[in-house]
Design a protein around this ligand. Structure first.
Ligand SMILES: Cc1cc2nc3c(=O)[nH]c(=O)nc-3n(C[C@H](O)[C@H](O)[C@H](O)COP(=O)(O)O)c2cc1C
Length: 183
């Protein structure tokens, strides 16, 4: 059975991206994947700088890197901030990228985003894709951009637009197809 870890780049209460993360996680489970949903609030790290790294690397960086290295699938769902990566996610990736566990070389990575704008965060996603590619990650091709956020989900957290539900199915198919765990 393939395994997945998922993270969300917003830890805001009521985060729309958290709603999307939960929905995609559920679909991965339905597809037979063993999923661990991680809360980045449990892995808070100081803003990266190389002096700090030399003095003391937070344990959370190594723990997250090991989880990425061991998983067949890594799902990252995050809003865009100012058309870029949120500081929480950027800082997390910076710390993880300095670890030596092969953390970006095993899993296939899937990305999703919800934003209040009508373009659904697809500009920010592109920066994230570039950064992960540069780190050697294999990326599922599906572009899962959802917006505007306020109308995007029903009360049960299901995407209201059929096209978005289809895109999630496509992403799950790609992730299970390309994961080394296989289905
Ligand atoms: C600092 C900041 C920058 C933002 N920049 C963008 C942006 O570039 N594009 C966009 O569509 N929404 C932007 N937003 C709005 C977010 O999409 C919106 O707050 C969204 O709900 C955040 O995701 P969350 O609900 O998961 O926390 C920004 C919000 C903040 C706080």
């Amino acid at each position: 059975m393939p395994t997945a870890v998922t993270i969300c780049g917003s830890i805001r209460k009521g985060s729309y991206n958290e709603i999307l993360r939960r929905y995609v996680s559920g679909k991965l489970r339905e597809a037979g994947v063993e999923v661990e949903d991680l809360d980045l609030g449990d892995y808070m790290m100081p803003i990266f700088n190389e002096d700090l790294e030399a003095e003391h690397t937070p344990a959370a960086a190594g723990e997250l890197a090991q989880k990425f290295a061991a998983a067949d699938i890594v799902l990252i769902v995050s809003p865009e901030y100012n058309s870029g990566i949120t500081p929480l996610l950027a800082n997390t990736i910076d710390w993880i990228s300095r670890q030596k566990h092969g953390q970006f070389r095993h899993a296939v990575f899937g990305i999703g985003t919800v934003s209040s704008g009508k373009y659904g965060g697809v500009v920010g996603i592109q920066h994230l894709r570039d950064a992960l590619s540069k780190l050697g990650a294999l990326l599922a091709p599906a572009l899962l951009g959802v917006g505007p956020a306020e109308d995007a989900f029903d009360a049960l957290g299901v995407p209201t637009e059929p096209a978005i539900r289809k895109k999630v199915e496509q992403l799950v198919r790609e992730l299970t197809h390309f994961s080394r765990g296989g289905i």
